[in-house]
Structure formats: C-alpha cells, structure tokens
Design a protein around this ligand. Structure first.
Ligand code: SF4
Length: 365
C-alpha cells in the first residue's frame, strides 16, 4: 500500500486544500470545473472532495461513464442481438441491468432463457467462442480509448485464428469529441476540465488540445485525493495566469504522445464515424466502428438488424446529468423510485454512474 498511501497522505491533502483555497480566493469568482470521467466522480465522492473545496469552486460531473452514455437505441440493439437462437451474448457486468425501451434489459432477457454471460475481459469472450464452436458469440464492446485497443486486439486475434463464430457489437466512443460537444453546449460554461488519467495513457495530450484553444484550462490527473487536488491547483494556476494548456499531473502514467502501439491497433480495426450518445446526441467522428476489412467480426453486419424504434423513459434525467446541466438531486426519482437496487436509468446502474456515486457518497455521508 506504500505507493497508494503517498497519494492519500493527510498532511499533503491538507496542504493542497489550503493552497487551493488561497488560489481560488485570488481568482475571485465562481469557477466551474468538469470531471469528465466516472472514475473521478466516484473518487471525488468517496474522498469527500466536493465538500472540502472552497465555495466558489463547483465540480460538475461529466459524461465519462461508458455504460451511461450508451444510447437507448444501442441498448435495444444489444437486446435484439442477444435474443436470438444459438447466440451467446457476452458483456461486462455493468451492462446487464441497463434498461432499454419498455424497461427490458439483458438481465431480464437472461431470466427468460437467453444465453447472456458476464465476462471480465475481452479475452474471456474470445475463449467463449473457441469453447462453443456451434454457437455465435457476440461480445458487446463498450468503453472509451482505454478499452477499445483490447477489443481491437481481440478482433485481430479472432481473424488470425479464423474464429468465424465470433463478432463484436462495438459501441466504443472517443472522449475528445465529447469534450468538443461540451465546449459548444450553450447551456454550459466550464472554466476547466479534469481529464481522465487512464484514457490519456492511450491518447496522450493532443487529444485535449481543443480545450486550451478555446480559452479553458485542462489537466490530466490520477484518481487519488492528492492527484485530484493537485490537478485542481494546476487548473487554478492556469485560470489565474490566463495561460491555458493541457497540464499533466498524472506524470507517473501519462506521457505526451500516449501509446502509439495501442492507437495503431485501434486504427487498424476501427474507423471513426458519427455516433449517438445518451444526453449529448449525435457527435461527429466520436464512434469507433469496425472497418470493412474486419466485417466478418462485426455483429451489426452479421446480425441483419431490423429497424428498431427506441423510446426513452422521459422521467429519467440521465441525459441532462451526463451533460452536466443538472445534478442527480434535481431528478425527482433520485433515491426514491430510483435506487441501486431498483435503477431506472443507467446513471444509477453503472458502478461509474453519477447518480450511483451521489447516492453512495454525496447524500448519506
Ligand atoms: Fe435517471 Fe435515476 Fe439518475 Fe433520475 S436518479 S436521472 S431516474 S438514473
């Protein structure tokens, strides 16, 4: 634990909080910062950081939970793909209870007899295909630049092994395009972005260059209290000096170039096209779709999907939460009708969801 303890050291945390308070006072106005990533939202809640910050700093939670930003239409398409004979549908556990149109979910489908399995890694889904040659194994590829390279690698491996009973339903998305959409959102006014450490290990710094170009501060931080507070301090320095850049706090994990090998792997298997995000709508070049070259492993091409009409459950305000225009307490279902045991929307289902984080850490503590 020595390595982690350094980043939770109470004296250092106190020192950073004092420095943040002093600098926030010097900036002297209301400051809105967005943590893009769901892991940051949970860390901020878990360590009580929101409540320790000076009153003029507001932390807004953004769209960085992959399950939450998956559109209801993609949930419905997953349900269609899973509900076919001779299909094993493999997915990460968080996806199981996400409701589609009419409250259907993979969990309910499984209870009704569909072969839906939870896997803990992409390689597990490949193994399933090898072990079940008489079945079509469909893996739901979900996540940002952190997970997309591993799924690209699995598709490549399936090609090399000639695993023709394996395919991927890719709903992978890219973070920089979502940030651009948030910057252009007229309902939002964000002074600085707390960028995700793990995504940045892959993308490097250039992915965020739009942020300083539009007069906003950016910092890539890790997920411990010292990381987050130091990151906020680095943002405040930029605001105070009026000099904007993508600063790296998480230097132990991120370098400026990212991981070229992983980026090449993604580029070989996926192409970017417009994708639909829950809450953020259609964002150009933000979806990772399987290239023609790997069409044999594309569940959408193989699945012959019909036209599916999806209907959002209007009372759920996940869309506005993902854009950062309201916080979970403003949803009238929050903590009453909608709880982790009985989630109405994905922001309460997912372990990275904002509503789940607020209910667990921000309300009951
Ligand atoms: Fe949706 Fe539940 Fe969050 Fe309300 S509390 S926005 S219903 S997930």
């Amino acid at each position: 634990m020595k390595f982690i303890d350094e980043y939770r050291d109470p004296d250092l945390v106190r020192h950073l909080l004092d420095a943040v308070a002093a600098l926030a006072a010097r900036v002297g106005r209301r400051i809105s910062l967005m943590e893009i990533c769901g892991t940051h939202t949970h860390a901020i809640g878990r360590f009580g950081i929101r409540r320790l910050l000076p009153e003029n700093i507001r932390l807004i939670s953004g769209p960085g939970c992959p399950v939450c930003v998956t559109s209801i239409h993609d949930v419905d398409r997953a349900l269609y793909l899973a509900d076919r004979p001779h299909v094993v549908f493999a997915t990460f556990g968080d996806m199981l209870r996400v409701p589609g149109t009419g409250g259907r979910s993979l969990q309910r489908l499984r209870a009704a007899g569909a072969d839906v399995r939870i896997v803990s890694s992409t390689l597990d889904s490949l193994r399933l295909a090898e072990e079940n040659p008489e079945k079509e194994v469909v893996f739901m590829g979900i996540g940002f630049e952190t997970t997309a390279p591993t799924v690209a690698s699995a598709i490549r491996k399936a090609g090399l092994k000639g695993l023709n009973n394996y395919s991927v339903f890719s709903v992978h998305k890219t973070v920089p395009q979502a940030i651009s959409a948030l910057i252009e959102d007229p309902e939002l006014s964000i002074d600085g972005f707390i960028c995700p450490g793990h995504v940045s290990v892959i993308t490097g710094v250039d992915a965020y260059k739009r942020i300083p170009e539009t007069g906003r501060a950016a910092v890539i931080t890790g997920f411990e209290p010292v990381d987050i507070l130091e990151g906020i301090l680095m943002i405040l320095r930029q605001l105070q000096e009026g000099r904007f850049e993508v600063a790296i706090q998480y230097a132990r994990g991120v370098n400026r170039e990212g991981n070229p090998q992983a980026l090449n792997m993604m580029g070989e298997v996926f192409e970017t096209r417009e994708a639909e995000w829950r809450g953020l709508g259609r964002i150009p070049q933000s979806g990772l779709f399987i290239r023609e070259r790997y069409a044999d492993f594309d569940a959408l091409r193989k699945g012959n999907l019909p036209e599916i009409r999806s209907i959002e459950f209007e009372a759920c305000r996940c869309g506005e939460i993902l854009r950062g225009v309201i916080s979970p307490e403003e949803c009238r279902l929050f903590g009453k009708v909608c709880t982790p045991a009985n989630p109405v929307g994905p922001c309460m289902v997912s372990s990275e969801g904002t509503c789940a984080a607020y209910l667990k850490y921000e309300i009951h503590n």
